[in-house]
Design a protein around this ligand. Structure first.
Ligand code: SAH
Length: 226
């Protein structure tokens, strides 16, 4: 899978790209590329934004700037670009990211993420230059970079082999393996700490009982969450 991120702050991703599971994914042949809108802006002095039509505070990233950045990478045919890949604008009012959306994105060969800044991106980008929009939650960040890293993180860890242990991403909170429930609780040594015991069943060595216990706790959590 290839994830392309368009941003004004590519250096924000240095830390993210250095993380073990991301490096694992890259080592498996997956790719994360970063593009700076400023590098291809058709405007002078590296300009990328402008004041909003209709007035109001803040600056808006221009549609011609985003278009130029996309064309520089994918060529001049916008319809072909959109047919060949998922292009998602990151926006607080986008499609809410959850595990099933992450699963869907992890099945793609090509995903492009457009990070906004300031007051956001000219809405014609959403309308004409993208075919998806993603929100990581009902709150406002100062830019799409952290949101892009959240999306890339949850998607990359779903790719086979990205987490050293092959099965670790299969049976997790919200996964279909757990019927959408939060995961069962985990325990490790010591079995007793300050009188706080690990549930007996986990020490019993009865695999079927352990499985049943985990399922029932996951189901209980699901009911508690309504
Ligand atoms: N004025 C906008 C907020 C702009 S925040 C509004 O009120 O909706 C600046 C940029 O940060 C956005 O363009 C978007 O790319 C990113 N961003 C902020 N919050 C986000 C969220 N919850 N999910 C995804 N991207 C977000």
């Amino acid at each position: 899978m290839r994830i392309d991120v368009f941003t004004l702050f590519p250096e924000w991703f240095d830390w993210f790209l250095g993380q073990r599971h991301v490096r694992n994914a890259l080592g498996l042949g997956h790719d994360v590329r970063l593009f700076n809108y400023r590098d291809t802006t058709p405007l002078g002095h590296g300009q990328v934004d402008d004041s909003p039509y209709g007035g109001g505070a803040g600056m808006v990233i221009r549609v011609d700037v985003v278009d130029a950045a996309l064309q520089a990478v994918y060529g001049p045919d916008t319809a072909a670009m959109l047919a060949a890949r998922r292009v998602a604008v990151l926006s607080p009012s986008g499609r809410p990211l959850d595990d099933s959306v992450a699963e869907e994105l992890a099945g793609l060969d090509e995903l492009t993420l457009l990070c906004g800044r300031y007051e956001g991106i000219d809405d014609r980008v959403r309308e004409h230059l993208s075919n998806d929009s993603l929100s990581i939650g009902p709150y406002v960040l100062s830019g799409g970079e952290l949101a892009a890293m959240v999306v890339a993180d949850t998607v990359l860890r779903k790719l086979p082999g990205a987490l050293g242990h092959e099965s670790s991403a299969l049976e997790e909170s919200f996964s279909t393996a757990l019927e959408g429930a939060a995961e069962y609780p985990h325990y490790t040594r010591p079995a007793c700490h300050r009188g706080w015991d690990v549930p007996d069943v986990l020490l019993s060595g009865h695999h079927q009982q352990v499985r049943d216990w985990r399922r029932s706790l996951a189901a209980r959590r699901r009911e508690e969450q309504g």
